[in-house]
Write a protein that binds this ligand. Structure first.
Ligand SMILES: Cc1cc2nc3c(=O)[nH]c(=O)nc-3n(C[C@H](O)[C@H](O)[C@H](O)COP(=O)(O)OP(=O)(O)OC[C@H]3O[C@@H](n4cnc5c(N)ncnc54)[C@H](O)[C@@H]3O)c2cc1C
Length: 530
């Protein structure tokens, strides 16, 4: 089969972003997705009962809000059915001692919450946000373009109004920043929890900016969720692709990428079909799997050595529930439902979680939790009056007994986590649970091969795997060693999360190589009703 200019391997949101720009620029695109539905980690499924729409992976779409795609409405996604909802409160953090801190959309109200614990910490929060306002343009610009060499990143960092101080922040650990800026224990736990939400271990160097960016993003955009579920983002992108003559096929796992004379020419799917790519192939297949599909002999030693060194990042353990009522959580105001709830007792509990994680132990004494009840703001996701509830914790993929051990213990682990978390709620008990579905770290990899070793963000965002070094030094500009083959998605700069930034950056490079540009794609404003 032929007739396509560009073939996209995988229909996660990043590849769909790139495909949408390419289709708008006039290229004939074909997207092949291995799973039965599009979206990858931004898909939705009725995991528990019919009519209950769960986000098996991502729920919050925060990072994409700073992407020029959204900021400048480059793709008119709202016209294609995408609506974002911004919960208020942003999130609630109850503690076992009965205290709680709530982030409200209104900054003064959030500061009043912090001031109940420590007036200097409330002041420090305003200062932190003001510092971020100075640093954000540098960081946002850096993320929205192909990565620069480290010395250029340092030079741009120094040019910010904070000068060398920004460089110091950048190189620090987020935990050190939090300890320097905040005094009270609950407040410190509050900021550590939010800074951890992209799963970078906060005790590692060069995580300093996390202490700013995540909290500022939530304060500005709330815990923003798409109405109807996470899949609404890929669905809107798919409508653009469709409207511009592109094709998307699901249940098409790619098993081979053909290379002729050093050039990627076609892909083969598990059903034996072969699709010729006239100009390019763009892949979100995990870098650890790419060599097997392309043929290792087509990849130079330096590239293969870089991929061999690739490390996974932290992963999650998630149980999804259909419930007869919304869980309520203890706050100073009484028990309330909240779209998002965080639980971290102290910085010591955070250290203990990381230590257990790193040694492959399932430690359930004082777990760190993220809990989501999107139906509190979006009743369309469940039958009238009912709710979807997701309880996430952070447990290792690698266990001493091997990752397969998860299949034996996941039910029991899920129940213990539920009971531990239920201590923060007066009504969360199995009596309101109608059905449940457990995803261990191993299950996350099974549901999406891009979650290699459970990695929820492609792989660690350590200094060795960030920016100019992601995925491998020399090939961080979305091009690969194989001509015409591009790498996209969470394994590329600036990494995982629902940011669409790898997708937009990759589109810029791809279109430039093909004699077009992002600007050309954007300029083609569509007037037809999708
Ligand atoms: C449990 C969980 C919760 C998360 N929560 C959040 C959150 O709330 N907010 C947030 O910002 N981020 C979250 N993340 C991270 C975020 O979802 C991902 O980093 C992001 O969605 C990755 O997007 P992507 O387009 O790069 O890749 P993916 O979404 O992983 O898409 C890759 C696609 O390629 C397909 N594929 C792979 N191999 C093949 C093949 N051989 N042939 C054909 N198709 C193939 C896969 O099936 C998949 O559809 C979460 C991740 C997980 C796992």
């Amino acid at each position: 089969m032929s007739g396509y200019d560009i073939i996209f391997a995988g229909a996660g949101h990043n590849n769909l972003v790139t495909a949408a720009y390419a289709a708008k620029a006039g290229f004939r695109v074909l997207v092949l997705e291995g799973a039965a539905r599009i979206g990858g980690n931004t898909t939705c499924e009725e995991l528990t009962l019919p009519g209950y729409v769960h986000d098996p992976c991502a729920t919050a779409h925060n990072l994409i809000q700073s992407n020029p795609l959204m900021r400048n409405n480059e793709l008119d996604l709202d016209r294609y059915g995408l609506t974002y909802l911004s919960p208020d409160p942003v999130f609630t953090m109850p503690f076992l001692d009965g205290a709680s801190i709530t982030m409200w959309r209104d900054l003064d109200r959030t500061c009043a919450e912090l001031a109940r614990f420590s007036p200097p910490d409330a002041k420090a929060y305003r200062e932190l946000l003001a510092d971020w306002d100075v640093m954000a343009p540098v960081v946002n610009a850096e993320r929205a373009m192909p990565p620069q060499p480290p010395n250029e990143v340092d030079a741009l960092t120094r040019q910010s109004a904070l000068g060398d101080e920004m460089l110091t922040i950048r190189r620090a650990t987020a935990l050190d920043i939090i300890k320097q800026r905040f005094r009270e224990d609950h407040v410190r736990a509050f900021f550590a929890w939010i800074a951890f939400m992209t799963l970078h271990p906060l005790d590692e160097s060069e995580t300093g900016l996390m202490a700013f960016s995540l909290v500022a993003g939530r304060q500005r955009f709330s815990w923003i969720v798409p109405e109807g579920g996470s899949i609404q983002l890929p669905m809107a992108l798919a409508r653009i692709i469709d409207e511009h003559g592109g094709t998307i096929l699901t249940s098409k796992p790619i098993v081979r990428i053909d290379v002729e004379n050093g050039h990627a020419t076609a892909v083969e799917t598990s059903d034996g079909a072969r699709y010729q790519a006239g100009k390019a192939i763009v892949s979100t297949i995990h870098v650890k799997h790419l060599g097997g599909l392309v043929g290792e002999e087509h990849l130079p030693d330096a590239y293969r050595a870089g991929v061999a060194r690739w490390e996974p990042n932290l992963t999650m353990f998630a149980t999804h529930y259909a419930t007869s009522e919304a869980p309520r959580f203890n706050t100073e105001r009484g028990a309330e439902p909240s779209v998002t709830v965080g639980a971290l007792e102290s910085l010591e509990a955070y250290d203990a979680m990381l230590a257990a994680y790193r040694s492959g132990r399932i430690d359930l004494k004082e777990p760190v939790f993220l809990a989501l009840t999107p139906t509190v703001i979006d009743p369309s996701r469940a039958p009238a009056g009912r709710h979807t509830f997701k309880l996430v914790s952070f447990l290792p993929y690698e266990l001493a007994e091997g990752p397969e051990h998860w299949d034996q213990v996941k039910g029991e682990v899920s129940n213990v986590l539920f009971d531990r978390f239920a201590r923060l709620s007066p009504n969360l008990s199995k009596s309101i649970v109608l059905a449940e579905h457990v995803n261990s770290p191993l299950d996350l990899e099974r549901r999406n091969p891009a979650n290699w070793r459970g990695s929820c963000h492609g792989g660690a965002n350590s200094p060795e795997q960030s920016g100019y070094f992601r995925p491998v030094e020399g090939w961080s500009s979305y091009r690969t060693p194989v001509a015409g083959l591009y790498q996209n998605g969470a394994c590329t700069h600036p990494g995982g999360s629902v940011s669409g930034l790898p997708g937009r950056n990759c589109a810029g490079i791809l279109l430039q190589d093909l004699g077009s540009s992002l600007q050309e794609a954007i300029a083609r404003k569509d007037t037809a009703k999708p």
